[in-house]
Design a protein around this ligand. Structure first.
Ligand code: AMP
Length: 121
């Protein structure tokens, strides 16, 4: 799937649409999800044109991969969930119900999160 630079997270990265920012560095931007599914629901996105974990893991330069992974951990600590626990989730493609075609890692926390998957379908 080709990267669409008109996706909403690309617009947030370019500053065309606002976000509730948590953290930003050379590699990543983190902000609160607009429709939170837990007391903490943050999104971390890499600063590069990657649709999902699939192309990011295959094609991104090593400094961006390392910087992005470190940013996810840093944001979880900033949000205070290194002690009580949190969940990471990255959807890729139709079966995972990915809605926004720019790689994003969800960070959920702030309450017991239950089992990993719902049993629908
Ligand atoms: P996914 O299904 O993994 O693609 O998740 C997309 C996420 O992006 C959903 O949790 C949405 O609530 C969230 N989202 C969509 N638009 C925005 C926005 N403008 N600001 C913050 N979060 C957003």
């Amino acid at each position: 799937m080709a990267y669409d630079d008109q996706n909403i997270f690309a617009k947030i990265l370019r500053g065309e649409i606002p976000c509730n920012k948590i953290f930003e560095d050379d590699f990543a931007l983190a902000f609160h999800d607009i429709n939170p599914q837990a007391p903490t629901h943050a999104l971390v996105i890499p600063k590069g044109p990657y649709v999902s974990w699939d192309d990011f893991s295959a094609d991104a330069p090593a400094d961006l991969v390392v910087g992005f992974v470190r940013a996810v951990g840093h944001v979880a600590r900033l949000l205070g969930h290194d002690g009580d626990g949190y969940r990471l989730l990255a959807n890729h493609g139709a079966n995972a119900h990915q809605e926004v075609p720019h790689l994003h890692v969800h960070i959920f926390g702030g309450r017991p999160l239950g089992p990993m998957l719902t049993r629908s379908g």
